[in-house]
Design a protein around this ligand. Structure first.
Ligand code: GLU
Length: 428
């Protein structure tokens, strides 16, 4: 059993990179701790009159380059260590795509699937009551993350404006279109990753029609990515959600899977009810049910982890057959698995680059919130593409020049930009 935690894993990569970029004396510890850790317990009234209490966190890692920025997740495993690691990754991510933000992350240790919609709304509002003094368009701007969505962002904005008696559309991003959201924000994480993957495939002169892709996770990022890839002619051979996955050598139709997922709650919903599947029909359609672990080891060209962290580890890395891994999830690969992939020649496009489309369009939403402008689909898409390809180019160049993996190169690009800002401010 590994004793690593999300934050120790982050630190391991961080220190490898800090050593490689040879900082001045004393600078090696600059990113060891967040600037601020806020934690409180929040309490809601449940339907039957009793109270429910949850641990809540907001970690503000670094704001040298601009206001703290990062999502809030509602998840039973959310804890201080994980939120700290995710906040650190956000600081690097915003620097890699060169947008004027720092990094932060929030979390509530709760399973929203066990709450009514009214209770989820209460959790959202209580979160803002707990942390409002540390939030704001110029201070710290949250966004959606695992298990949070545009409705939750709307409640949070409303609560913030009530408490502060301000009009503050730019205090949070990922809002509904009717309440200060930006077009393209809901599909931005997938779209950003798609631009990078497509650029890589073009540069390597590969044919999308030959590329077999497996995607773990069918939430916002995974489901939208499956559709984009399918439309562009890639063969999506497998997708999964927390209950398991579905595989077809011929390729599956993500739109059809989405339809069944919304109807039944599961990507296997067309064939299975719980663990009972219609084997005959599956055989006829040439599909098979697979586990999340099996999906990662499938015979395919591109693997896209788009669910939770810590899924590619030293236990399974050497069984991964894909030559390319695009991380839409945050932190899916451990440093030990990174070493295995480097030895195997597997290219990993890291989270801080691959999934940065989400925070990039959050930046566009924040700008629109401040200026009162409303951009079109085309404007968002064109600017997103430019930001993503510029970041990809910077990372590629650094990797080549310094003989680094793409993850190390992305960290190096981000850290150097953060150091520049800290220097200019006179912090170092
Ligand atoms: N939660 C997303 C991420 O991990 C988006 C953050 C944001 O838009 O601020 O990048």
């Amino acid at each position: 059993m590994s004793t690593s935690t999300p934050f120790t894993r982050f630190q391991k990569t961080l220190h490898t990179v800090l050593q490689k970029i040879k900082l001045e004396d004393g600078q090696n510890t600059l990113f060891d701790d967040p600037q601020f850790v806020h934690k409180k317990d929040i309490t809601i009234q449940s339907g039957n009159g009793s109270e429910k209490k949850f641990h809540a966190f907001r970690v503000q890692y670094n704001n040298a380059r601009g206001p703290f920025k990062g999502g809030i997740r509602f998840h039973p495993d959310a804890n201080e260590d994980e939120v700290k690691a995710l906040a650190a990754l956000m600081s690097i991510k915003t620097a890699v795509v060169n947008i004027p933000f720092g990094g932060a992350k929030g979390g509530v240790q709760v399973n929203p699937k066990h709450l009514t919609s009214k209770e989820v709304q209460e959790v959202a509002r209580e979160y803002v009551k707990a942390f409002h003094e540390n939030l704001g368009p110029d201070i710290d701007c949250p966004a959606p993350d695992v298990n949070t969505n545009s409705d939750i962002m709307a409640w949070m904005r409303d609560e913030y404006e009530k408490i502060t008696r301000t009009y503050s559309p730019a205090m949070i991003t990922g809002k509904p279109l009717s309440f200060g959201g930006s077009v393209g924000r809901d599909t931005a994480t997938a779209r950003g990753g798609f631009f990078i993957l497509q650029e890589m495939v073009d540069r390597l002169a590969l044919d999308p029609g030959d590329m077999r892709v497996a995607i773990q996770g069918f939430g916002n990022a995974g489901a939208n990515m499956a559709q984009l890839l399918h439309q562009a002619g890639y063969i999506v051979v497998a997708v999964s959600d927390s209950q398991g996955g579905i595989y077809s050598q011929e390729g599956i139709d993500p739109i059809r899977i989405s339809k069944y997922k919304s109807k039944t709650g599961s990507v296997t919903g067309e064939y299975c009810e719980g663990s009972v599947c219609d084997i005959e029909r599956m055989k006829m359609d040439d599909v098979a049910k697979i586990s999340n672990e099996e999906l990662l080891e499938l015979d395919c060209d591109i693997l896209i982890p788009a669910a939770l962290d810590n899924v590619l580890t030293k236990e399974n890395a050497n069984r991964v057959k894909a030559k390319y891994i695009l991380e839409l999830a945050n932190g899916p690969t451990t440093p030990e698995a990174d070493d295995v992939f480097e030895k195997m020649g597997t290219r990993v496009i890291p989270d801080v680059l691959a999934n940065a489309g989400g925070v990039t369009v959050s930046y566009f939403e924040w700008s629109q919130g401040r200026s009162g402008e409303q951009w079109t689909d085309e404007q968002v898409d064109e600017r997103l593409k430019r930001v993503m390809l510029d970041a990809y180019k910077a990372v590629r160049r650094e990797a080549r020049r310094e003989h680094m993996t793409y993850r190390e190169a992305a960290f190096a690009v981000g850290i150097k930009r953060m150091l520049d800002a800290m220097q200019v401010r006179g912090w170092i």
